[in-house]
Design a protein around this ligand. Structure first.
Ligand code: C5P
Length: 278
């Protein structure tokens, strides 16, 4: 589409450098402390003002979403119009991230849609109504709207920006299985293993954990081989599962170490992305 009014927004993959589950709340959600970070790899959302609403999918993972009439992108656009007006839009989602994989694909897409609509219609990204829409769409959507390294509390919507690790070479590996976030949280053992510390971001992440790793590995044992393979690579600073899985990531000392790991780990059933932290 070569419409000059088209706004294209990156929907970057989200990583949880650490994710500490503290307790299950009366509303069924879990109280978290998590280190959010973003990588320079993800989906793309293109929004163009139009006579009528339309939604099209493209990219390598388009087929996975194609059957779903309702998705986070169209829901974000509906909520935006209810709050701010702005008429109809043609929205295209170019899907490069695996679906239901712990790296916030759907949340990042929803946040990118909100950012694009806000740019088109002069809405301030700091508008509390925009944040409220993000919060209602999903626990990771506010972090994706912010789109930068941050400590998240609550469901992940209470955000405090953090500095550090920008540019760190990163490899994402998904074993080719989708995992239900609700199922993984439900299988968490209920034990509070303590808060996330403060200080140097890498050191804090390294001593941290992802408390959803054990339940996710029980549900999807294919995660075991990915984590073991990542942890064994030369030059790894941190190897961990992201979110509720099944995507795992490793941070590397150098791009050469990341690229060597990517070459070693390439398998037909695994999805890999060589990228860097933003
Ligand atoms: O907020 P979102 O719709 O992304 O969450 C999906 C599901 O994951 C929730 O319905 C809930 O079962 C679980 N969840 C949770 N605690 C969180 C976030 C998600 O239990 N902090």
């Amino acid at each position: 589409m070569h419409d000059l009014r088209t706004v294209t927004e990156p929907a970057r993959a989200k990583l949880n450098l650490a994710l500490h589950v503290r307790h299950r709340r009366p509303d069924g959600y879990h109280e978290l402390e998590t280190l959010f970070a973003f990588v320079d790899h993800g989906d793309l959302v293109r929004v163009t003002p139009a006579e009528t609403d339309s939604f099209t999918l493209a990219g390598p993972f388009a087929a996975v979403l194609a059957g779903e009439g309702d998705n986070l992108v169209t829901r974000a656009a509906t909520r935006f119009r209810e709050a701010f007006g702005g008429g109809a839009h043609a929205i295209e989602l170019e899907k490069h991230l695996p679906v239901a994989s712990g790296i916030g694909g759907g949340s990042a897409d929803a946040a990118a849609t909100l950012r694009a609509l806000a740019a088109l219609h002069g809405v301030d990204l700091a508008d509390p109504k925009l944040f409220a829409i993000a919060d209602a769409l999903g626990s990771d959507v506010p972090a994706c709207l912010l789109g930068r390294t941050a400590l998240g509390r609550g469901r992940g919507e209470r955000l405090a920006p953090l500095e550090g690790l920008a540019g760190t070479p990163t490899l994402l590996v998904n074993p080719g299985v989708g995992v239900s976030t609700a199922a993984v949280f439900k299988a968490w053992d209920g034990e509070d293993r303590g808060p996330i510390g403060a200080g140097d971001l890498l050191a804090v992440a390294q001593v941290g954990r992802n408390d959803l790793e054990p339940p996710a590995r029980a549900i999807a044992p294919a995660i075991d081989a990915v984590l073991a393979a990542l942890a064994a690579q030369p030059g790894v600073l941190l190897a961990r599962m992201s979110g509720s899985g099944a995507t795992c990531f490793a941070l590397f000392e150098t791009e050469a170490a990341r690229d060597a790991a990517a070459a070693t780990l390439r398998r037909p059933e695994w999805w890999l992305a060589a990228t860097r932290l933003c």
